[in-house]
Write a protein of this length. Structure first.
Length: 271
């Protein structure tokens, strides 16, 4: 069990004990009763955890979304490294330059193997994965049994951020990009990764309301574990979601093995 700092536990207790209406939020903006932390509270907790860094329970792999040149995963990789003494334990393999899912899989598994070689012929070492948007689908594809007998990504926990598990709203627009077509509701690709998911790893989903790119309801992973928060003023609901302090704080707590801010069962999306 990972050692828990006293100050962090106190912060978590204070956050969980506060009311469900954050400062500056009007009555017509719904608050998630299962994830009611405010941005200010999350920022304070993150400061506490930066001052008392703890090793993560497993290596962490951050996977990027569609058309991410590397800015999104690089930011989140740098951010997560601020909370652990082992900076090398946070990997962010790049695969923007390849379009085929098989090539993305090879990049991800190759990066994990180089950092943490595994003697197992079938599996990599066990890792936790954070998938930003399409990155969550890449992770699920990497965990599937491969027809050519290649290694599979051994995932313990998969944390997806605005991932189109059920298809992306804007993927229905006309396009020649095969990756986008694969993210359409009812696609063969989505059906294949759903069929191949055997429940051997946990999937936790996060999303912000107002996400018109994917659609909040489409971000619900197999099992329906999805926590939502309101969007922040002057931010893109989808493009900036991985920078949300509430989501980052919850992720860091989970990676450390501490009590998360989000509570079970997740509250349903507001109508």
């Amino acid at each position: 069990m990972v050692r828990r700092g006293v100050s962090v536990k106190l912060w978590v207790g204070m956050v969980l004990a506060v009311g469900v209406v954050p400062v500056g939020c009007s009555a017509d903006r719904p608050i998630n009763p299962s994830f009611s932390v405010t941005v200010t509270e999350a920022q304070g907790l993150l400061r506490e955890m930066r001052e008392e860094r703890v090793e993560f329970e497993r290596p962490v792999v951050v996977l990027s979304g569609w058309m991410d040149l590397g800015f999104g995963i690089s930011w989140l990789q740098r951010e997560l490294r601020r909370y652990t003494p082992d900076r090398k334990a946070v990997l962010a393999p790049a695969y923007f330059s390849v379009s085929r899912w098989e090539s993305k899989r090879a990049r991800v598994i190759g990066a994990v193997e180089r950092a943490y070689p595994s003697d197992d012929d079938e599996w990599t070492v066990e890792v936790d994965v954070i998938g930003i948007s399409m990155g969550g689908l890449v992770a699920r594809y990497c965990a599937l049994e491969c027809a050519d007998g290649g290694k599979r990504l051994r995932i313990r926990n998969l944390y997806t951020i605005a991932t189109p598990h059920r298809g992306a709203s804007r993927a229905s627009w006309p396009t020649t990009d095969a990756r986008v077509r694969a993210m359409r509701r009812g696609s063969d690709f989505l059906a294949a990764i759903d069929e191949g998911y055997d429940g051997s790893y946990e999937i936790y989903g996060y999303v912000r309301l107002g996400d018109v790119t994917v659609g909040p309801a489409n971000s619900a992973p197999p099992g329906g574990r999805l926590w939502w928060v309101q969007n922040r003023p002057l931010e893109w609901s989808h493009a900036d979601v991985h920078r949300d302090p509430r989501i980052v704080a919850d992720l860091v707590l989970r990676l450390r093995g501490d009590q998360p801010l989000s509570e079970e069962p997740p509250a349903a999306l507001p109508e």
